[in-house]
Design a protein around this ligand. Structure first.
Ligand code: SAM
Length: 283
């Protein structure tokens, strides 16, 4: 079985099971990170058989996060971020992007993966404006009532709520009530940014989306839904959508009013057609 097939590395952090894939570590592997085990890389290898450019799914997501935080800090004037499902630290993290615009921007990261928690706490020891909470992001009450969130996020001032690359792992229902609970807690002028695996409902790319979903769901990672545009709208209850979302992150790049990243030098890969993002503002 998988427990005997995958040998534990000599030093495994407490609470980490190297015989089971973790969302955070699979994502780290797709971004070319080093904090992952063979079982995590095997999930990607399975998907790679039907989608050779599977890593693009992670990169289009991460590049969107960078642009969204820059946009919300710069044009949206956001000075406090609640980053749900922050993932392992990588080259550019939310606090580095936001604090480049204002060094006193507060960022609270939330995750429940033991490897993410260990790295997150190590990364943040020297930053008074950045904090890490261990909580279940699919239980908004747990996140919003946690001591550190209450202490460092002022819910009378606009907040940037990030659910980037997380909601495709939420499979209980359509997610409207989940996100409504978050949105209800935010004051007017707050923003919500999401990105998600996407079924673009075109004959060619829907088939690819369904194949990747089938592999993720039956892999040791256990989840990864590809939702349609109408399904993604359920995650944005009562929000004014910033054009052109929900749409492919690459389409946001093209909309240079919001995302001035310059012209695209190559066509989108098949996999990049299966990733979507949205940003909404609470009126
Ligand atoms: N937001 C980052 C980004 O876009 O680059 C990381 C995305 S990563 C694909 C998803 C993260 O969500 C992982 O770090 C995982 O541990 C976290 N996550 C998944 N389910 C969670 C839950 N129920 N509670 C807290 N964190 C969760």
């Amino acid at each position: 079985d998988s427990a005997t097939k995958y040998e534990a590395p000599s030093s495994v952090p407490v609470g980490v099971d190297p015989s089971r894939a973790s969302i955070a570590r699979v994502y780290d592997a797709a971004l070319g990170g080093k904090d992952n085990y063979e079982i995590d890389r095997e999930v990607l290898d399975q998907v790679r058989r039907v989608a050779p450019e599977v890593n693009d799914l992670a990169w289009s997501n991460r590049n969107f996060l960078t642009r969204a935080v820059r946009f919300l800090s710069d044009q949206g004037g956001i000075r406090q971020f609640l980053d749900c499902g922050s993932g392992l630290p990588t080259a550019e993290n939310t606090h580095q992007i936001a604090q480049r615009i204002d060094p006193e921007t507060r960022v609270v990261y939330v995750d429940n993966d033991p490897v993410v928690i260990a790295h997150g706490q190590a990364l943040l020891t020297d930053n008074d404006y950045t904090h890490f909470v261990s909580a279940d992001i699919f239980r908004p009450d747990e996140v919003l009532n946690s001591e550190l969130v209450r202490k460092h996020i002022d819910l009378t001032q606009p907040v940037g709520l990030l659910h980037v690359g997380t909601l495709h792992h939420y499979t209980k229902d359509n997610g409207r009530d989940l996100m409504k609970e978050y949105v209800d807690a935010l004051p007017s002028g707050s923003f919500v940014a999401i990105s998600h695996f996407f079924d673009p409902e075109t004959p060619e790319h829907s088939a690819l989306a369904r194949k990747m979903e089938d592999i993720f769901v039956h892999s040791p990672m256990g989840s990864g839904m590809f939702r349609t545009r109408a399904q993604l709208m359920e995650f944005m209850p009562g929000l004014e959508l910033i054009p052109p979302g929900p749409n492919k992150p690459a389409d946001w790049e093209l909309s240079d009013m919001w995302w001035p990243d310059g012209p695209k030098l190559r066509p989108l890969s098949q996999v990049e057609q299966c990733s979507a993002a949205a940003v909404g503002r609470k009126p």
